[in-house]
Design a binder for this molecule. Structure first.
Ligand code: ZN
Ligand code: ZN
Length: 622
């Protein structure tokens, strides 16, 4: 206890007493000390003095060191609290788990006709934001205008922030266009709002027009692009950001690493890792997870393990990132070992871990192990399997050819099956040639997911495989009538730090003539090895010759060919494909790996394929 607190009050003049108390309040660092000061203030009557009472309240209402409940007790006993005290309490609640109390206090404030000031509204709006209370936000906005605080930049920014965060981008834009005063915070709020709504073009418009950009402007744009599935644009922004001389922070690094992972560009991911090391940036669990994820998704599992080893804090998300890494590489047994190691280390798996481990079992055909794990979720770990887990199990049973069992699992699911579950079963029907069941499931899928082009294509190709060309054409017509288009196949290959993207039938690449010429040579060479194009699944109403041209211009073949002419002999070719690799491309790439003596690492929508000496690590099971 500080000695001054023991000094009897009578020995001090009231003025020096007030000064001493204020000094103590300023130095106060925890609630225990505060309680002593409060006790003293009660004795001396200083608690009735507005200035020390306000300071006392401010300390207990502060989110880090104080106690909001204590603050409330003090506040409720103050006779006619002033505006500062009301604001202090509103601020306290806006930062707490009870933001609704902030709004209730505001009501009381209005009822008691306490005057507002510029500090009242930002915290109220913050409370609205955490409660997603859009109606209340509009009401408070009206009060702000009525009471003449509409031109305060701080208040305007708070309003913009709430509207943007709650997804009410229209109101945000209306306000943004109306106000005279805007600063970088205002512009950033608009970028944030547009990216949250997925309106990247509008976000770009704001970004390009803003007079001054800070790190938040750049990172919002980068993470917005990543979230909108535009990793290439995210990387472009990242390069522009560096040219502009902006120092990178963790948020920017995390988003950019995610973009590298999505694109599978290992060189750039490594560059960022080197930057982290050089600048001695601490690898916290979030950064660690994205680094592991980036290395795993770029095909370098060894480096992912290195990152894991060097991390001090290994929570469940870090372990899960490793397990999911093994899953995507189809290394199911090792994923299981990591799953065991994790529990030996005293880390409990969560729902995400199970998604990872079940996916790993699925890609490796570990049916028995997966069943045990699935069953243990509720019995041992105490959580019910989610729809994702059922999806993993249907996928696993289906791939293993246990179609009946997969169907039964769907029938007995406690929740309504979604498109992903039916999609997994349809995929299995396709692999195992169960065309009858495939047609049934395909029809359900088109109904469940009518806006997804891939669903129609899948159903049409099942009809085509069954030789039902009319039916196949009918499904494609239906797709056209619905105005649905197919996501084009796209493959990305990174050469000397530049990502080259190829679409199916793409003619836009600068070296397309060279690529076409090489591709013809490859096909010629592979024919000598006994290759015959597999056109069965192709449902275009084309002559066989044209079908061949179409299938040879699949994006992954273009990318591999470009890889062969633009990298040194013996170098591994790395490709990322957005969809599942087709059977013909899989065969062709296997042969290329043998004939041209190249390792080709390809990540398709679900997993990695490492083509080597004419084989693939997936064992043709994908
Ligand atoms: Zn293909
Ligand atoms: Zn494969």
């Amino acid at each position: 206890m500080a000695p001054i607190l023991c000094t009897p009050t009578s020995q001090l003049s009231s003025e020096s007493n007030a000064a001493q108390t204020l000094h103590l309040l300023q130095r106060c660092s925890n609630m225990e000390e505060l309680r002593q000061i409060h006790g003293q203030m009660l004795k001396t009557g200083l608690v009735l003095d507005a200035i020390p009472a306000s300071k006392l309240l401010a300390f207990c209402a502060s989110p880090n060191s104080g106690s909001l409940a204590y603050a409330r007790t003090v506040f409720d006993r103050i006779f006619r609290p002033n505006t500062f005290m009301w604001n202090t309490m509103i601020r306290g609640y806006s930062n707490s788990k009870e933001p609704e109390e902030a709004l209730l206090l505001y009501h009381h404030m209005l009822y008691h006709s306490v005057p507002h000031n510029a500090y009242t509204f930002p915290f109220l709006l913050k409370a609205c934001s955490s409660m997603s209370a859009s109606e209340e936000t509009q009401q408070i906005h009206a009060h702000i205008i009525k009471m003449g605080f509409g031109s305060e930049i701080y208040t305007t920014n708070s309003l913009l922030n709430v509207y943007s965060k709650s997804g009410d981008i229209k109101s945000a834009r209306l306000l943004f266009d109306q106000v005279d005063q805007r600063d970088t915070v205002s512009w950033n709020s608009m970028i944030d709002g547009y990216t949250k709504c997925g309106e990247i073009e509008m976000a770009y418009e704001i970004f390009n027009h803003m007079p001054e950009r800070n790190i938040i402007s750049w990172t919002s744009m980068i993470s917005g692009c990543v979230g909108a599935g535009k990793p290439k644009e995210a990387l472009n922004l990242f390069h522009r950001m560096q040219t502009a001389g902006i120092k990178l922070d963790n948020v920017a690094l995390v988003s950019t690493l995610q973009a590298c992972a999505d694109l599978g560009v290992l060189d750039q991911g490594k560059w960022i890792h080197a930057y982290i090391k050089k600048h001695e940036i601490e690898i916290d669990p979030i950064l660690g997870c994205v680094l592991i994820d980036m290395y795993a998704k770029c095909g370098d599992l060894e480096e992912a393990i290195e990152v894991f080893r060097k991390m001090e804090e290994r929570g469940v998300s870090v372990w899960t990132a490793m397990i999911s890494g093994y899953a995507i590489h189809g290394r199911g047994r090792e994923a299981l070992e990591w799953f065991m190691k994790m529990q030996t280390a005293g880390v409990e798996p969560n729902q995400m871990t199970f998604t990872g481990i079940l996916t790993a079992c699925s890609h490796a055909g570990l049916v028995h192990e997966a069943k045990l794990l699935f069953e243990s979720m509720e019995r041992i770990h105490g959580f019910k399997p989610s729809i994702e887990h059922y999806g993993c199990m249907v996928d696993l049973l289906g791939r293993a050819g246990l179609l009946k069992e997969a169907e039964e699992l769907i029938e007995n699911m406690p929740v309504k099956p979604n498109a992903a579950i039916w999609g997994a079963l349809l995929n299995a029907c396709h692999i195992h040639g169960n065309l009858e069941l495939g047609k049934q499931i395909g029809k359900i899928l088109v109904q469940v997911d009518p806006g997804h082009g891939g669903r129609y294509i899948h159903l049409a190709s099942i009809h085509a495989a069954a030789g039902e060309w009319n039916q196949a054409a009918r499904v494609r017509r239906q797709m056209k009538e619905q105005g649905v288009s197919k996501l084009p196949g796209s493959s990305v290959i990174s050469v000397n730090g530049t990502a080259h993207e190829f679409l199916a039938g793409d003619e836009s690449h600068l070296q397309i003539k060279e690529i076409d010429h090489m591709l013809e040579q490859i096909v010629e060479r592979l024919r000598e090895e006994g290759y015959k194009p597999k056109l069965g699944d192709l449902l275009l109403d084309l002559e066989d010759k044209d079908k061949e041209t179409a299938i040879h211009h699949h994006s992954e073949k273009l990318a591999v060919t470009f890889g062969l002419i633009s990298t040194k002999p013996g170098m591994t070719i790395r490709i990322v494909k957005n969809l599942r690799v087709c059977e013909d491309c899989h065969t062709v790439i296997k042969l290329i790996s043998k004939v041209y003596a190249r390792e080709i690492l390809m990540r398709d929508r679900t997993r990695f394929h490492l083509f080597k000496d004419g084989n693939c690590t997936c064992g043709d099971y994908w």
